[in-house]
Design a protein around this ligand. Structure first.
Ligand code: SF4
Length: 489
């Protein structure tokens, strides 16, 4: 059972309408975009918000759309013409609370109610007035039915923000969270977690030249617009969970220096608690060295698409008969076009966005199957994250411009000092040889910087993608396995 929650508005609407802070965000995956519960999603859909705004209809942060009038992004419910919320009467609790905010403390052990100083009104309001409003909100959150609803949606609790002034520590809500979700606090996977997760991967000994591309936090982080990723430390190992529309799963085996048995057992218990008896609890991206241990622990192992690993020298040279067609296409592109290759810059974002849209049309016109179309739609948010955060992510972006227009781009990352992973490559299909040319350039650059291997990830089960990856003659297909408990599979 869920109840409809209605909070009084603290900020006068006249002040709100003149302000340009709310409902607009600098990045597509802004941690501050509002979270909608299942019931709130139902009401938003009835109010005219598109279904595509919610990756998970059981509860998710809204998918932002580019703010065509400005540089950033906006909530799809925001009416640009009137500067008002299009579903104001049914806006989610997350929005009703603002400029108050629920967040974890800096050590992620207690839930706090705070006051966001980013709201200009909060700098003018009388502290007494804010505190009185906060007390009303605290009383509401103490009602068992409301608390239950908040606890069912852990993403309603944001991460600690230094510019939010703490008004109260919410002990009973914290306790209710521990009862429901376990004593170890869950952390949402954030940009600032990437160095820590990378360090734990290094310490796990799971990373080497033949590792799966998934053994990097970047691989998961770019999908945070589609899935929500959370991590928790269990027995000294990082357990990275993903929440999909079907339920929760471990997107990597536990990462740490010791045995995986203890953390894996606890992580599977958490999955069982969150998913119930739905047979979705599983461990994805189990690599070959770990598979025997999981088999010993009585997990069922199911192979999935392997990663494609190539010798960098092969792809940089494209020598010999076996690369004849790719070489011919590269030569044709060089002969017919006048182009510039450059590092991706923030100003390329709009050009890349236009190219991705055109490329999607081209792929669909060629008869992409429904699964491929769905993958394309999902990929958009991952590309947005790459375009907008390339300067702070450990990734490299490269673009090809023809007559000043972005006609191809690629992003990749170093999995180890010897293996470079190509995350995405998009090339205008009306220029023969452009894709082959860009791929060869990336491999040449990576090789010059020390790469022995190029990993292009898996083929997602798409026959066309498989054929083009095979045509480059991989040195190795890196096995990838999904592990599930025998009784749950
Ligand atoms: S739901 Fe309404 S109030 Fe909330 S962010 Fe979107 S437009 Fe703004």
């Amino acid at each position: 059972m869920t109840v409809s929650i209605t909070l009084p508005q603290l900020v006068p609407s006249g002040t709100c309408l003149q302000c340009d802070v709310c409902c607009r965000f600098p990045d597509p995956d802004s941690a501050l975009r509002p979270y909608f519960t299942e019931q709130e999603i139902t009401r938003a859909l009835a109010g005219g918000v598109e279904k595509t705004a919610f990756p998970n209809l059981r509860g998710s942060q809204v998918v932002l759309v580019p703010d065509l009038g400005g540089e950033g992004y906006r909530c799809p419910a925001f009416d640009v013409a009137t500067s008002q919320c299009g579903i104001y009467e049914h806006r989610p609790l997350d929005c009703q609370l603002y400029p108050l905010a629920l967040m974890w403390d800096a050590t992620h052990s207690h839930i706090l109610l705070g006051w966001d100083t980013k709201c200009p009104f909060m700098r003018e309001a009388l502290p007494d007035e804010i505190q009185r409003h906060a007390n009303r909100v605290i009383a509401l959150l103490d009602q068992p039915s409301v608390r239950e609803q908040v606890v069912a949606h852990p993403r309603l609790i944001g991460r600690f923000q230094e510019d939010v002034i703490v008004l109260a520590c919410l002990s009973s809500l914290t306790e209710a969270f521990a009862t429901q979700w376990g004593p170890s606090p869950l952390h949402r996977l954030m940009l600032e977690d990437i160095p820590y997760v990378t360090m734990m991967l290094d310490r796990s000994g799971l990373c080497g030249p033949y590792s799966l591309a998934a053994y990097s936090p970047v691989y998961h982080y770019i999908w945070t617009g589609v899935l929500s990723y959370w991590w928790v430390e269990l027995h000294g190992a990082v357990c990275l969970f993903a929440q999909s529309p079907d339920g929760w799963f471990l997107s990597l085996p536990p990462i740490g220096p010791g045995s995986i048995e203890g953390p894996l057992s606890d992580a599977m218990e958490l999955l069982h608690r969150w998913n119930g008896n739905v047979p979705v609890s599983r461990v994805e991206n189990v690599s070959s060295p770990l598979a025997p241990e999981l088999a010993r622990l009585r997990y069922r192992l199911t192979p999935k698409e392997p990663d494609y690993l190539y010798r960098a020298a092969d792809l940089a040279a494209l020598a010999g008969d076996r690369y004849k067609s790719q070489r011919a296409l590269c030569n044709r592109f060089e002969r017919e076009q006048s182009w510039v290759v450059a590092s991706y810059q923030a100003g390329d974002r709009q050009g890349c966005r236009v190219l991705l849209r055109e490329w999607s049309y081209q792929k669909q016109a060629e008869g992409l199957d429904p699964f491929g179309v769905m993958l394309l739609a999902d990929a958009e948010s991952a590309h947005e994250i790459l375009w907008s955060q390339v300067s702070v992510l450990p990734v490299r972006g490269t673009v090809v411009r023809i007559h000043g227009r972005v006609c191809a781009y690629t992003f990749g990352y170093w999995l180890t000092s010897k293996t470079f992973c190509v995350l995405v490559e998009i090339a205008d299909r009306t220029f023969p040889g452009l894709a082959q040319y860009l791929f060869r350039e990336i491999c040449r650059t990576a090789m010059a910087e020390g790469a022995d291997y190029i990993n292009t990830m898996d083929d997602a089960g798409l026959p066309g993608l498989r054929a083009s990856k095979q045509a480059y003659h991989p040195a190795m297909l890196i096995p990838n396995v999904i592990a599930s408990r025998v009784c749950e599979s």
